[in-house]
Design a protein around this ligand. Sequence first.
Ligand SMILES: [Fe+2]
Length: 228
Amino acid sequence: MKVEHYDEKFPFIIIENFYSLDEINLVWEELDFLCYPFKLDPPTKTLAAKNKGTNLKQNEGVFLEKIYTDKNISNIIQLNDKIIDNQKQIIQEHPSWFFKNILKVESFSESNLISYYENACYYGKHKDASFFTFLRWVYKNPKSFIGGNLIFDDYDLEIEIKNNMGIIFPSSISHSVTEVQMKSNDMHKKMGRFCISTFYFLEKKVFHDKIDEVNFLQDKDKKNLQFI
Ligand SMILES: [Fe+2]
């Protein structure tokens, strides 16, 4: 695991080789199990950000919290402990005020979303509703798609995704995903772009389930909130 802190236009953290070889095998066991059209939800069911009523994303995904009644069943959720166990190195040693003053990671509540992108999938400019966001990308080799990079639109910054690389950033920074292009022969074979998103919230709320449960927000704020 190689951690790099960036603090130029805004603070963020890049983690290369986030998972070890054994861990990535555990991740793939779960992704392979989940990546079927009848198991993944369309954007309307994964709290897609909207602009004037139109979904900003085109992909499929599922919140892990929707699937498991016991989160310890999920290899992916279990491996989030890597952030907790290494939080000083990864987060609190960042020079920016945003990360170095952050509360202990275990005091946040999390929501975990698996997203899968094949040809023509994208995610338009949006903000996440959490406090900070942790994304990591995995795909099968040989890489069978192009695009799917992460853009921080307001800062003209493009992050080229790499296998087993992650990024942590303040959720309020606008971001988008460029359109994925994939040959038809490679489609429907789990050869696309997987993104594992963990959203860290300041309060322990079941955010992935129902907007009505986000009762720490005022009604007027809910209207303007863009989702993950
Ligand atoms: Fe997002």
